[in-house]
Design a protein. Sequence first.
Lengths: 113, 117
Amino acid sequence: DSGVTQTPKHLITATGQRVTLRCSPRSGDLSVYWYQQSLDQGLQFLIQYYNGEERAKGNILERFSAQQFPDLHSELNLSSLELGDSALYFCASSVFELPDTQYFGPGTRLTVL
Amino acid sequence: AQSVAQPEDQVNVAEGNPLTVKCTYSVSGNPYLFWYVQYPNRGLQFLLKYITGDNLVKGSYGFEAEFNKSQTSFHLKKPSALVSDSALYFCAVRDFSSGAGSYQLTFGKGTKLSVIP
């Protein structure tokens, strides 16, 4: 158990809908990262927050957004969902602002029908 | 730009034999290298990392990795494979030089390790 929690574990929804994925980092970690894992794209970095502020953006679509709250948990919002958004979404956390050892949550499997 | 290559999609090894999972990288400065393992339906677990120092890094579960600067490689090794080592292994890199290259970790596409009883 990494200490990073993610909810829900599974999510099934329809095209065009909006969903919110939630992540709680390990106690004491200030950085939260979001990744998308799919068979064809591999593990893709989406976005990083550090202590409530956005620090880096990767291959994140405009339909996706995220935020980190004062209690350091983070939410990833996915809207206008398309079939191709079906994937595993991972959250990871680390202590520092610069990417160091990251501890991954169990992931949320999103299926868009 | 930084990049990671895992040239083998799958590696098969007999239980008890030594295993090697290959990784090569490209960064403009000094590399900060990681290995992660992913078991089915689980998140990635940290195995080991290299920043500087000894080229042979020891990690969790008996794994080790050898950093080779001249060959820009960071191969993962274990002297004696277990069936329970069967999983997906990811190599990742970041440019350690401040201000150089990408700010984030770049992951390889993963190598599926199958240990055959």
